[in-house]
Write a protein that binds this ligand. Sequence first.
Ligand code: FES
Length: 185
Amino acid sequence: MSGDQVSALPEKLHSAEPFEPHITAFYCVYCGYMAADTAGALNIQYPANIKFVRLPCTGKTDIRYLMEAFEQGADGVYQVGCPIGNCHHVRGNERGLARVRRAKKILDEIGLGGERLEMFFMSGSQGHTFAMAAQTMVERIRKLGPNPIKPGYAPHGEGVEDLVLGDVEDGEADEEYGFRGRQAQ
Ligand code: FES
């Protein structure tokens, strides 16, 4: 890196927009949805950074849905389900929790960090708890920073392709790794 590049770096970092996380929340149509409704009816404020996805039950979650939310750019993901023992599909929330736990391990293993994923339990009357879950996740993810596999994420202004390919000239990567990334014999 040349002297000019080094001196230009801090300016680039300072000019970056303040980080505001994008969060995806999966909630069940029973307690999760009712808690959101209660928060709305009581005018309880919660952060606007959250995209909600309704599920019939958190037991319907698949680890793939959770991982795909990250692949599609979420900085954090959480689930809201009925309290343990009160799931409208008997033990669906326990299944949902097991999948969140497994997905957390995968996130740790791939270096994304299991803290980016969480599960909350609450009844339909707990509007404040619903708002607190949203606030907790936004604050946690603000501290963790952006999801590094987010499409287009560039910590120093580079595109993802630049970070992956580095100094490889056009065509060199294909020759070395060939079709589907397998290394040529
Ligand atoms: Fe709410 Fe199963 S119906 S978690």
